[in-house]
Design a protein around this ligand. Structure first.
Ligand code: UDP
Length: 474
């Protein structure tokens, strides 16, 4: 049998493109041929990887057809996504890519399509050409299971107020939530509810799911997903570990700070003494919330690196903050070399919005976390970190926020930082997360759980391959 060719179709957002590129690198390193489809706006990191000369990944650029002129071709921020129902419009725009994608499949004729969950129509594209579709959600097993149980049992209907807790039934742990931590489309019918039903339906009609996680960290939920919910899945992560040092420096976008400068600054600090705070690629805070964060960092008295989006208001710092924290802090406006920072021995804690890539990066660096979930499946990830793995503490945010509004005050920020930085609890969490770091490394090494799952998947795909001769042409 010839070389297997995998075609990747990611969603146009950094949190989805970054692990997809890692996944393509991983499959390439196993001797498979890989091609990523991207729109021009997200092609840059793939071209960079190609130009590095180390890895041979194909890139096919497709453009939105002109008829999408009133629809957005990518989402830049959380505020933008939640204003004017932009998200359903964006997904509609993405569905217009079906025609160019189908043409590409016909031209390339890959053995398998790995599609982002948010592109449910690709299940028809794959079927049309007789190739298996694998789904990539880019989230944890715990989240996959929790979303399904929220949809199935609607436990939020059993409480009479937003502050009353309910238990998500039938899962390996007793996970409690309040209604304000649940996505709106689950709480009530809206345009997103219909869309997410299509996503689920496409999942069920697919060959299976690839998960960016490793068995040792989420074994209860991996088993539950496969054995109780009956889904076919392969855990092949943490995907970021397929990168060598050089590739880790810049992920997604060009850093707004010279990585060397940043690491030299960290070299001057003691081990485990610096707090790293970053809220991913989409979050914008209000000015008053930014002031509370700044004041929280100031009260906590630890050194810090704080990443603040470029689009954030110029007045985001309280008066005199820079003078008062001189020498103690580094503020990065824009994009940080996150993985390199987290890997530095001086980093003692990671304040994170609980995006799944960020959580994995924290685990692989062995850094305990302060969890500050804001949207998507982040409240589920928080439970994994704080209650299941016990490698972090919550800052206490309860609001699934349309925009990152006020909600967490300076005392809460300082208190949570203190708990993960100093004292007995902090060293327990640090020891535990270091164990998970070690398990992650072993999982991707020869004979490890993710290594074996990936080998099994490649074997399955090789065996599937001949059936693509049964092409249904239209
Ligand atoms: N990231 C980065 N620098 C930044 C912000 C984010 O390198 O300043 C990377 C981060 O390392 C992670 C990804 O962008 O790989 C963000 O993904 P995540 O799932 O954590 O959050 P999202 O942006 O999807 O909300």
């Amino acid at each position: 049998m010839g070389q297997l060719h995998i075609l990747f179709l990611p969603m146009m957002a950094h949190g989805h493109m970054i692990p997809t590129l890692d996944m393509a690198k991983l499959f390439t390193s196993k001797g498979l041929k890989t091609t990523i489809i991207s729109t021009p706006a997200f092609a840059d990191p793939i071209e960079k990887a190609q130009n590095s000369g180390f890895i041979n990944i194909g890139l096919k650029i497709i453009k939105f057809p002109p008829k999408q002129s009133d629809l957005p071709d990518h989402i830049m921020s959380l505020d933008q996504a939640t204003s004017n129902d932009l998200l359903p419009k964006f997904f509609k725009a993405l569905s217009l890519l079906q025609e160019p994608v189908d043409k590409l499949i016909q031209e390339i004729y890959p053995n398998c399509l790995i599609s982002d969950m948010f592109l449910p129509w690709t299940v028809n594209s794959a079927a049309k050409f007789g190739i298996p579709r694998l789904v990539f959600h880019g989230i944890s097993y715990l989240s996959l299971c929790s979303i399904e149980q929220m949809r199935r049992f609607k436990p939020f209907n059993n409480v009479s107020s937003d502050s009353e807790q309910f238990v998500l039934p039938d899962l390996p742990h007793e996970l409690k939530f309040v209604r304000t931590q649940v996505a709106k489309y689950l709480l009530e019918e809206n345009k997103m509810t219909d869309f997410m039903e299509r996503v689920r339906d496409a999942d069920l009609r697919s060959y299976g799911v690839v998960v960016n996680s490793f068995y040792e960290m989420e074994h209860d939920y991996a088993d539950y997903y496969k054995n109780v919910l009956g889904r076919k899945a392969w855990n092949i992560g943490p995907l970021l570990l397929c990168n060598n040092r050089g590739d880790k420096v810049e992920r997604g976008k060009k850093s707004s700070i010279d990585a060397h400068e940043c690491l030299t600054w960290l070299d001057s600090k003691k081990p485990n003494s610096v707090v790293y705070m970053c809220f991913g690629s989409m979050v914008n805070f209000t000015q008053s919330q930014l002031h509370e964060i700044a004041n929280g960092l100031e009260i906590s008295s630890h050194d810090f690196i704080w990443v603040v989006r470029k689009s954030e208001n110029e007045e985001f710092l309280p008066k005199g903050f820079l003078e008062r924290t001189k020498g103690r802090g580094l503020i990065i406006r824009g994009w940080a070399p996150q993985v390199s920072i987290l890997d530095h021995a001086a980093i003692g804690a990671f304040v994170t919005h609980c995006g799944w890539n960020s959580i994995l990066e924290g685990v692989c660096a062995g850094v305990p976390m302060v969890t500050w979930p804001l949207f998507a499946e982040q409240f589920f990830n928080e439970k994994l970190v704080t209650e299941v793995l016990r490698i972090g503490v919550s800052v206490g945010n309860k609001m699934w926020q349309r925009v990152a509004n006020e909600g967490v005050d300076r005392e809460a920020v300082a208190k949570a930082v203190e708990i993960v930085m100093v004292g007995e609890l902090a060293s327990e969490m640090r020891n535990r997360v270091k164990c998970y770091k070690e398990m992650a490394r072993k999982a991707v090494e020869e004979g490890g759980s993710s290594y074996n799952d990936l080998s099994a998947l490649i074997e399955d795909l090789s065996a599937y391959s001949p059936s693509r001769n049964n092409v249904v042409q239209d």
